[in-house]
Design a protein. Structure first.
Length: 144
């Protein structure tokens, strides 16, 4: 199941990308991410791994992730290990005018078994959650 949404943020692409690339900022703006930490401190890039504690269908689940796409200031994609919440989160950042950014976020969830059947009925809830999360991100970045 895949959900995609765009948002206009009145901040430069470098600021938006820098905030998105920091795993520590995810729990601040994403309601389903309770904690996210890289396995190794330092600069993130392709191949960097980490772990996130997420709230998924009413349960707190620990999942591993790996950065599979990284273009500084433009694109970031984390693949989540299969299991309860496999899939990927992709962020595409495009400068817009002077000092503004269009951010496109794609969240793909791969689940199987009974959880997969239940998750497919949650598409509308995922779309709403992503819309609210992006509004929160926009407010955070534009208030700084």
């Amino acid at each position: 199941m895949r959900v995609t949404r765009k948002v206009f943020i009145n901040r430069s692409a470098d600021i938006v990308f820098g905030y998105l690339a920091s795993p520590a900022s995810e729990p601040v703006w994403r309601s389903s991410i309770l904690r996210s930490t890289p396995d190794q401190p330092g600069v993130l890039g392709i191949g960097a791994t980490g772990r996130s504690l997420i709230s998924f269908m009413g349960r707190d689940v620990q999942v591993g992730w790996e950065i599979v796409e990284f273009e500084h200031g433009a694109r970031l994609c984390r693949d989540y290990e299969p299991g309860v919440r496999g899939g990927r989160d992709r962020y595409m950042v495009q400068p817009f005018g002077i000092g503004a950014t269009v951010l496109e976020v794609e969240v793909e969830v791969e689940v199987s078994g009974l959880i997969g059947l239940l998750a497919s009925s949650r598409r509308a809830a995922m779309e709403t959650e992503l819309r609210i999360d992006l509004q929160r991100l926009k407010a955070i970045l534009e208030s700084t």
